[in-house]
Write a protein that binds this ligand. Structure first.
Ligand code: ZN
Length: 172
């Protein structure tokens, strides 16, 4: 049995909004694959959601590409390929809602560069939500610690996790 089969989807609440961000099992499996537990470089990609309001279900996390630039504590994606992917998935009803990357630390927090790049991404991209989601994946041994935040052109808020919410929703 693969490790990912033990994963439950995880739910995060947005401040001052009824929206709830759902991280589905398939993207949690991608995060587990690229967690920086040894000497691997940072990995990252884009986040795509299906809207089922108030649920924002993040159903796809793109994998790093061979032409991305990856170091131990820095990740620079190939933005041209990313723009193509955004167009392609949009045709399949999958909306670009943010970005993810890994950090070589157990409890990940954004760097100044991460925060600036989210402002930049929010201002330069077209999006249907009025915020942009950033996920940073920690390198803890079990269920990885995640930083999940919502950004607009000015501010950001860390989302808090709703414990047990995945199980609750699975049974409905
Ligand atoms: Zn970072």
């Amino acid at each position: 049995m693969r490790q990912g089969e033990f994963l439950n989807e995880r739910h995060f609440a947005l401040p001052r909004s009824a929206h709830r961000v759902v991280l589905t099992r398939s993207i949690l499996e991608v995060f587990l694959t690229y967690r920086q537990q040894g000497s691997e470089p940072e990995a990252g990609g884009l986040l795509f959601a299906e809207f089922d309001f108030p649920l924002i279900r993040i159903v796809e996390a793109s994998h790093p590409h061979a032409t991305d630039q990856r170091w131990r504590t820095l990740f620079i994606p190939n933005r041209i390929l990313q723009r193509r992917l955004i167009k392609k998935l949009f045709k399949h009803g999958r909306h670009f809602v943010g970005e993810w990357h890994t950090h070589p630390e157990a409890n990940p927090t954004p760097s100044g560069l991460d925060l600036n790049s989210m402002v930049d991404a929010f201002l330069k991209s077209q999006h249907e939500l009025n915020y942009f989601i950033m996920i940073i994946v920690g390198n803890g041994a079990k269920c990885p610690e995640l930083w999940v935040s919502a950004h607009d052109g000015l501010n950001f808020h860390r989302l808090h996790e709703l414990q047990g919410a995945g199980r609750l929703f699975d049974s409905t």
